[in-house]
Design a protein around this ligand. Structure first.
Ligand SMILES: Nc1ncnc2c1ncn2[C@@H]1O[C@H](COP(=O)(O)OP(=O)(O)OP(=O)(O)O)[C@@H](O)[C@H]1O
Ligand SMILES: [Mg+2]
Length: 253
């Protein structure tokens, strides 16, 4: 089984951008890694940032099976059906696959389907060297434990104390939820030089390890505004360089 990393953090800190930049860096390497990118945010936009078009989400499939449950023949293997449909929804790109989780369930009882989904996700994850999960702000999806074990839990923060405090909250929540992880790391994003020392100090006070400080990068802002994918960032863009020189290595990729 490969590595699973979950990118979390306060809203708008750059979780999706960081996820996309990590994927971009890995794609550029000679050493090929099989990658599954999972967009776990109900307001999914990792696909946009990667420049992909996704038509079907896991949420849509779950809904579809739930709705047709009564009409399905009793002898049909629902796990197999669910898995086959998820396989169809998997977008295969050159260098990575993308799966969008989509919206969480409506008002029905999805416990049965969710437990099937957990099994399917465990098996799917096994097929890749790296699974990277772009998570929504908050840990609701982790509390559903669709993915029950991660290697690195990464909290993206901006320069704010509240952003760093989120890392602390996430650590506590993971403990309460009994979510297993090997390392908890912090990535500071959109950081100015003058804040770096202070960020390290606050992080140290909270017992958090900072594995990278990505500067505010005009190129990221420009591509975002133009609606262009971040894979198009130049190699010498400051944010890209920080991801390549520190972050990838610290995560052990
Ligand atoms: N290093 C950076 N330099 C400049 N702009 C950045 C940088 N990182 C992210 N941004 C911009 O900040 C905004 C928020 O980034 P992003 O969508 O990745 O955050 P998020 O944490 O995924 O947000 P959400 O909580 O809504 O999912 C975007 O407009 C993005 O282009
Ligand atoms: Mg996001």
């Amino acid at each position: 089984m490969g590595k699973v990393i979950a990118i979390t953090g306060k809203g708008g800190t750059g979780k999706t951008a960081v996820t996309a930049m990590i994927i971009r860096s890995l794609l550029k390497r000679e050493k090929k890694t099989t990658i599954l990118a999972i967009d776990a945010d109900p307001d999914a936009n990792l696909a946009d940032v990667l420049g992909d078009d996704v038509e079907m989400t896991v949420g849509d499939i779950r809904e579809e099976i739930q709705d047709s449950r009564i009409s399905l023949p009793p002898d049909i293997d629902k796990k197999q059906l669910f898995a086959a449909k998820i396989f169809e929804a998997l977008l295969e790109k050159d260098g990575y696959d993308l799966l969008v989780m989509g919206r969480s369930e409506g008002s029905g009882c999805y416990c049965y389907l969710n437990s099937l989904l957990k099994g399917i996700m465990d098996e799917t994850i096994d097929d890749y060297d790296l699974v990277i999960v772009d998570s929504p702000a908050g840990l609701e999806h982790l509390s559903r434990k669709t993915i029950s074990e991660v290697d690195s839990l990464i909290v993206v923060t901006d320069e704010s104390r509240r952003g760093l405090k989120t890392a602390e909250t996430i650590r506590q929540l993971a403990k309460e939820l009994d979510l297993k992880y090997k390392s908890l790391y912090v990535i500071a994003n959109k950081v100015r030089d003058l804040s770096k020392d202070q960020i390290l100090k606050v992080a140290e006070g909270l017992g958090l390890k900072v594995i990278g400080m990505i500067p505010y990068d005009e190129n990221v802002a420009r591509l975002d505004l133009a609606g262009d994918p971040l894979v198009g960032l130049p190699d010498d863009s400051p944010a890209v360089m920080e991801v390549e020189e520190h972050i990838i290595r610290e995560i052990g990729l």
